[in-house]
Ligand binder design. Structure first.
Ligand SMILES: [Zn+2]
Length: 91
């Protein structure tokens, strides 16, 4: 049987695989890689929301237009509501 000498994407160790497209050396590393992927997605979503909030605050403090400020205040409320919806424990 052909085996492929690969490097585990999770722990970095060399391992022999039956398939050339194997990514991890075993179930423990596969599970860790999956969890790390989920955590990375949470960080990415939180970072995007924080950037949106920062841009909105900057726009709010940069305008004297009352209508625009009211719109931006609603946007900030929507951002806060989205954060509370996604991460209730942090609200
Ligand atoms: Zn591994």
């Amino acid at each position: 049987m052909t085996t492929y000498s690969l490097v585990c994407d999770s722990c970095g160790r060399n391992f022999d695989a039956a398939r050339p497209d194997a990514v991890t050396c075993g179930p423990t590393c596969r599970q860790r890689r999956y969890r790390e992927g989920l955590a990375a997605n949470v960080v990415k979503a939180a970072t995007e929301l924080l950037h949106r909030q920062t841009r909105t605050v900057i726009a709010f403090t940069s305008t004297d237009d009352d209508l625009e400020r009211a719109r931006l205040r609603r946007e900030l409320d929507a951002i806060a509501a989205e954060a509370a919806d996604r991460w209730p424990a942090a609200a």
